[in-house]
Design a protein. Structure first.
Length: 41
């Protein structure tokens, strides 16, 4: 993350299983996970 190391910024790593309010939010989390996995390869 670009903002890692910036004082006052904190992150919570969530998975789609943590998101229960709306299925769209879960799909967004999955998309970010997939994107980050592809970037690391």
């Amino acid at each position: 993350h670009i903002l890692r190391g910036v004082e006052g910024i904190h992150f919570a790593e969530l998975s789609s299983k943590d998101v229960v309010r709306h299925s769209l939010v879960g799909r967004i989390v999955d998309a970010y996970d997939s994107y980050e996995e592809n970037i690391q390869q």
